[in-house]
Design a protein around this ligand. Structure first.
Ligand code: ZN
Length: 168
């Protein structure tokens, strides 16, 4: 078990676009296991590569572990194949932007394709918290943060709070 340091906003690493994983050997399996350890210890429900300083397209998530049994997912080279037109709003936190939960609008259902740590491909329709978390983590792989998803007035309010908190 190894805990990885979680990078915080405004680390430039959080703005980089992660690159596809094409090796499914020991290194990527160890990285995924360490990311899960780090996520559970944080404690969080999802964690993406750039948040721990690796520009590989993978994230880990387990949306229900705080309420029940652990069900870890390792999503490598994830891709959203489709999203519902219907959206909803919910509060999201981000381990890289601690103390700044924000209300974010997202599609309620997505179809996600990914590879697991052995390289096997999966396709599944996700709804609710799982759909929301996967979209949040996939955004990280594209250098996108919840701050970017706010409308103009909400962005302004957040900027004021950040100045008050002493972060830029
Ligand atoms: Zn995040």
């Amino acid at each position: 078990m190894a805990l990885l340091p979680i990078l915080r906003y405004p680390s430039p690493m959080l703005r980089r676009v992660a690159l596809p994983v094409d090796d499914f050997g020991h290194a990527v399996r160890t990285l995924a296991a360490d990311m899960l350890d780090t996520m559970y210890a944080a404690p969080g429900r999802g964690l993406a590569g750039p948040q721990v300083g690796t520009l590989r397209r993978l994230f880990v998530m387990d949306v229900g572990w705080k309420e029940g049994a652990r069900a870890p997912m390792v999503c490598i080279n994830p891709e959203i194949l489709g999203a519902s037109g219907r959206t909803d709003h919910a509060i999201e936190g981000c381990l890289s932007i601690p103390g700044m939960p924000l209300e974010i609008e997202r599609p309620v259902e997505i179809t996600l394709r990914w590879q697991d740590a052995e390289g096997a491909e999966h396709t599944r329709t996700l709804t609710g918290a799982a759909a929301r978390c996967a979209q949040h983590e996939l955004d990280h792989l594209n250098g996108r943060l919840i701050l970017d998803l706010l409308d103009e007035s909400a962005r302004h309010a957040v900027a004021q709070r950040m100045i008050a908190m002493g972060c830029g």
